[in-house]
Structure formats: C-alpha cells, structure tokens
Design a protein around this ligand. Structure first.
Ligand code: NAD
Length: 354
C-alpha cells in the first residue's frame, strides 16, 4: 500500500509514520508544511528508510498537492495536518481556519480530482482517512456520560470548531461525490516527541528546570488520555479494515483530572529524577494555579466500544504504564527537548522542500 500522510512531522503524525514503517511493508509519503509544530528530528529513526519520503508543502497549495498525488499515486491518504493547540487558537484563530478548514477543503478537492481519474478497482479500494478530535463534541457535565460516534457536535474553542468544520466537509465529500472516507475522533494523546507547549511535556520539563508548573483554574478538568502509540495502531487498523463512511471514536478509558496528572508526573520524577534543582524540596511544590482558559471544557471521555467490537483494537498501555514510559523518554531525550526549546530544531528545515 502507498500511503500519503499529511502532518507526519508532528506529534501523532510522526508516531504514525514510525509505526507504519516498523509494522508493515507500506510506503509513506509524508507531506508537511513544517510549522513550529513540525520537527524532522522526530523522524530521525526513519531518515534512511527507502519506504519513507518527505515533502515540505502546505495542504493549502493545490498545485503542489495535486502534483504530489499524481507522482506518488497513493492508495490511501491519512490526513493529520492541522493547527492543534487550543491556547494558540484562542490567541489567533486565523491560522486554524486557514489550515483546518480551507486546507482540508483544498486537500479534499485535489484528492477528488486524483481519485476520479483512478481505474475502477483502485478507485474502489482508495481511502481518505480524516484524523480528528473528541473536542468536536464539546464537553460533558455528567460524571458517567461518554462521547459516542452519534453525540451531537458542540465545539467550544476556535480549534475544536475548525476541526468540527473539517469533519463536516469530509462527510459531505463522501455523500456528494462518493469519495471513500473514514473518520476517527480521538481523545488527548500523550507520549514521546510531544511538543513542550502541551501539558505533560511542559510539566516534566518545567519541573526539571525548577520552574512553576501551571495548572488552569482549579485543575479539576477531566481528560481521557491515550498513549500516542496506541493511537497510531488504531489509525493503521482503521485505514486498513474500517468500513467506508464510518466514524470511530478512539480513547484509552483513562479519565484523569488535570491536577492528578501533574501530581502523578511529580511522583514519577521523585523516583526517576531524584536530583532536583537547588533549593527544591519536592517537585509538587512547583504547582501553581493560574487563571482558567476562556471557554475551558470541563470533561471529555470517550466510548471506544465501536472500534473495540468492530475492529478488535484495544489500547495496550494503561495511564500508569504510558506515563512512566513518557517521563522516562523525556529524561532520556533531553537533547530533543532542548533543540525545540532553543529553536535549533527549525534549522533542519532548510534542506527539505517540495
Ligand atoms: P501537531 O501540532 O503536533 O502536528 C501538526 C503537524 O501538521 C505539524 O507537523 C505541522 O507542521 C503540520 N501542518 C500544520 N499546518 C500545515 C499545513 N497547512 N500543511 C501541511 N502541514 C501542516 O498535531 P498532533 O497533536 O500531532 O495532531 C495531529 C492531528 O490529530 C490533528 O489533526 C489533531 O487535530 C488530531 N488530534 C490530536 C490530538 C492530540 O491530543 N494531540 C487528539 C485527537 C486528534
């Protein structure tokens, strides 16, 4: 199979590319604009793999995307490229509208033209897999409620609204033009190579530097966490075995309050990194409550029963095992982190272009 992955230099995209190359004989063309969130150092382990090629391009550039499709001749597209950070979407929604909505529209149109010209058998087998978030459903207020594939959309932030819009576009392209699409909506991911602006890596790295560990509001917001490699396995399963037109929710049954996540990281660091910055008695002493994010969703939790029943996918990591692996990974890969923090990871980009 020949798979075009968009956003494959990002956190989940790079985990997916590494997973596909490790577990299958598929070839991958990785198309990524390399925004601040794209990091070629996350792909160092597949740099010399002849089944992986990288193209630096914007999904909004129709001419380049069309040329890449014609040359690479994919059997499937896995679309992950997006602006993904909620706080950034609040400060500046424009890029989110441009990439997540207009960019997805552009990719769908380029794909439709390419797909229409395929011979019948390949046309039938082709898949467009859109990777989305559980944040499109808004938030849950009951303690036991779960998001299912039929939960109505009620996004709260510019990020989740832009992802909701892109989900609607993808479904419309199937209904209207017959494009064979699949959708997945996943809960919060964590794991290796996560950009340090996100909660878990931010807390690990700030703690090691003796800096405050910021917690929004009262810290009682609940998120359902999934180890990124479990997500990558689910995505490969859906694109290979999922039913066209279906949506699959993906989650880890790991609901945690934000404050408990921060405390769990502190406890792991006490064990794994006992030599603390000078003058610090306990990592937990760095916890600092800060003003809540506007429109902050209270609780997300996913019912992943459909993908478990229909495709036999279950997460392999518990939150405890995944978090331990993640903290250990950051301790072992401080160089990757420092390159992100000092901006030097962006210098690698000079060599890569479409
Ligand atoms: P990320 O921000 O780490 O990576 C996004 C990647 O897309 C980057 O490599 C970036 O360079 C690239 N990109 C951005 N704009 C582009 C454009 N216009 N053209 C081409 N490439 C572009 O994001 P992530 O956390 O890896 O998320 C990947 C996808 O999964 C997103 O669609 C996101 O909505 C979805 N998702 C994320 C989570 C999560 O917890 N991180 C959960 C569920 C779903």
């Amino acid at each position: 199979m020949r798979i075009l992955v968009t956003g494959g230099a990002g956190f989940i995209g790079s985990a997916l590319v590494r997973h596909i190359l490790r577990q299958t004989e598929h070839s991958v063309l990785n198309l990524d604009k390399l925004t601040y969130a794209g990091n070629l150092e996350s792909l160092a382990s597949v740099e010399n793999n002849s089944r992986h090629q990288f193209v630096q391009a914007d999904i909004g550039d129709r001419e380049t995307v069309s040329r890449v499709l014609a040359e690479f001749q994919p059997d499937a597209i896995m679309h992950l490229a997006a602006e993904s950070h909620v706080d950034r979407s609040i400060d500046g929604p424009g890029e989110f509208i441009q990439t997540n909505i207009v960019g997805t529209y552009n990719l769908l149109e380029a794909t439709r033209t390419y797909w229409s010209g395929l011979p019948e058998a390949r046309k039938h087998a082709f898949r467009f897999h859109h990777i989305s978030t559980d944040e499109v459903y808004g938030d849950l207020h009951g303690v036991d409620d779960l998001f299912t594939e039929t939960t109505p959309y009620a996004p709260s932030s510019p990020y989740s609204a832009s992802k909701a819009a892109s989900d609607h576009l993808v479904r419309a392209w199937q209904r209207t033009y017959g494009l064979p699409v699949l959708l997945t909506n996943c809960s919060n991911n964590y794991g290796p190579f996560h950009f340090p602006e996100k909660l878990i890596p931010l807390v690990i790295l700030n703690a090691l530097d003796g800096k405050p560990l910021p917690v929004y509001g009262d810290g009682l917001q609940v998120r359902d966490w999934l180890f990124v490699e479990d997500h990558a396995r689910a995505l490969l399963k859906v694109v290979s075995e999922g039913q066209v037109g279906e949506t699959y929710n993906i989650g880890g049954h790991n609901e945690q309050k934000n404050i408990d996540v921060v405390r769990a990281i502190c406890a792991l660091l006490e064990e794994l990194a006992p030599h603390k910055p000078a003058g610090l008695a306990r990592y937990e002493d760095l916890i600092t409550f800060v003003k809540d994010r506007p429109g902050h969703d209270q609780r997300y939790a996913i019912d992943a029963g459909k993908i478990e029943r229909e495709l036999g996918w279950v997460p392999q990591e518990t939150f405890a095992s995944g978090l331990r692996k993640t903290v250990q990974w950051y301790l072992d890969n401080l160089e990757w982190c420092r390159h992100v923090q000092d901006g030097s990871y962006q210098r690698e980009r000079l060599g890569a272009s479409a």
